[in-house]
Structures are given as structure tokens and as C-alpha cells.
Design a protein around this ligand. Structure first.
Ligand code: FMN
Length: 186
């Protein structure tokens, strides 16, 4: 972990996507507003290619981003610590489809419905630039951030977060190394 990034805090986002009957989602902190033009809102997200949700959003060309309140802390564990390949992350959650057909979870503090405009391969992850086509801000106020999640997480979850992070880092390190090798050989 960079000592510089350790001085910062980031919002946690829950990203959802749908390909036909298949729905999925994950937690991401790699999200940035990417336009200052009020009538042309855009966002950048970085999602690792080995995640199930990457497959869904790439197939759909669309995704939704949800901001979470503290009341949705358990969604961080549900969506961020296990893969949708192994279980149905939407089980018993209430959700609807956005006008563009992406799952929107009921109760989130706010959401952005996004259509992918272009994407760049960065080895471990793909950086997606998307147009925001609809949004809602339902509970303005304090939203969940990485530092707050670390304060609120029970010990066993902190351990699972650590293990998942180490596993993802190992997978992503190999992908970055392979990508760099391909580029240096080109
Ligand atoms: C706090 C936190 C932040 C995360 N940030 C990212 C991120 O920025 N990009 C990413 O690709 N995965 C990120 N992840 C990992 C995915 O959310 C996680 O591996 C998820 O289980 C993948 O699910 P899927 O296979 O169903 O898509 C994060 C996880 C946590 C817990």
C-alpha cells in the first residue's frame, strides 16, 4: 500500500451489471467523475478482468454505480468478498431495472446509470469511460468510505478483506507483468 494513498479516503461504490438473465455486482473504489460539463456527465471506472461482473458489464456495454450508506455495510461483504460465480449476490435483495436495463438496488444512497463509451486495457483491469444516462440521489448525507468501512468491520470480516485483497493482488500482479511483457515485445 502506498504511503501517499494511505493519507486519502475513497468512497465505496457498488457496481451492478446485467447480461440477459444474468445479474452481478461488485465493490469498487476505482471510480472518478470524468466530465465537468453538466449536460454531458461521464465517469471512469477501473475493473479487474478476472471478476464475473467485468464479463457482464463488457457484454452489456452498461453498468450502474451505487453509493452506499452505513445501513448497507453488509452489502460490502456480500458484493466485495465473494464472486458471483459461486453464489447469487442478489438473493433476497430488492432491485429493479433502470430504463437502460441495468439492476438498481433499492435503498442505496444514490445511483448512476451508465453506458460504456470506450475502454482501455491496462493489463489487470479495464478502464471504462461511460456516459451517465440517468441518476438518483435518494439519501444525501454521509456515504460509506474505505476508512469508515475499516472502522466498522468486525474482526472476522477484516481478516476476510485481507485475504481477498492478497488473492486479488497476486492475480493482478501476474496480469500486469504479462501485459508489460507483451507491450515491451511489440
Ligand atoms: C473495499 C473493496 C474495494 C474494491 N475495489 C475494487 C476495484 O476498485 N476494482 C476491482 O476490480 N475490484 C475491486 N474490489 C474487488 C471486488 O469487489 C471483488 O473481488 C468481488 O468479489 C468480485 O465479484 P465478482 O466476481 O462477482 O464480479 C474491491 C473489493 C473491496 C472489498
Amino acid at each position: 500500500m502506498s504511503a501517499v494513498f494511505a493519507q486519502t479516503d475513497r468512497e465505496l461504490w457498488l457496481l451492478t451489471a446485467r447480461d440477459g438473465e444474468q445479474v452481478g455486482g461488485l465493490i469498487t473504489t476505482c471510480v472518478a467523475q470524468a466530465s465537468i460539463v453538466p449536460e454531458l456527465p461521464r465517469v471512469l471506472v477501473g475493473i479487474a478482468r478476472h471478476h464475473r461482473t467485468w464479463e457482464l458489464m463488457t457484454a452489456a456495454g452498461a453498468f450502474a454505480l451505487h453509493l452506499l450508506a452505513e445501513a448497507q455495510l453488509d452489502w460490502v461483504w456480500r458484493f466485495g468478498l465473494q464472486s458471483g460465480r459461486d453464489l447469487d449476490k442478489f438473493f433476497r435483495l430488492s432491485w429493479t431495472l433502470s430504463p437502460h436495463g441495468t439492476p438498481i438496488l433499492a435503498g442505496a444512497a444514490g445511483w448512476l446509470d451508465c453506458r460504456i463509451e470506450t475502454a482501455w486495457d491496462a493489463g489487470d483491469r479495464t478502464v471504462f469511460l461511460a456516459e451517465i444516462v440517468a441518476e438518483a440521489c435518494l439519501m444525501p448525507g454521509r456515504v460509506l468510505t474505505m476508512n469508515r468501512v475499516l472502522q466498522l468491520a468486525p474482526q472476522d470480516i477484516l481478516q476476510r478483506l485481507k485475504v481477498c485483497r492478497l488473492q486479488d493482488a497476486a492475480t493482478e500482479a501476474a496480469m500486469i507483468a504479462q501485459w508489460r511483457q507483451t507491450r515491451s515485445g511489440a
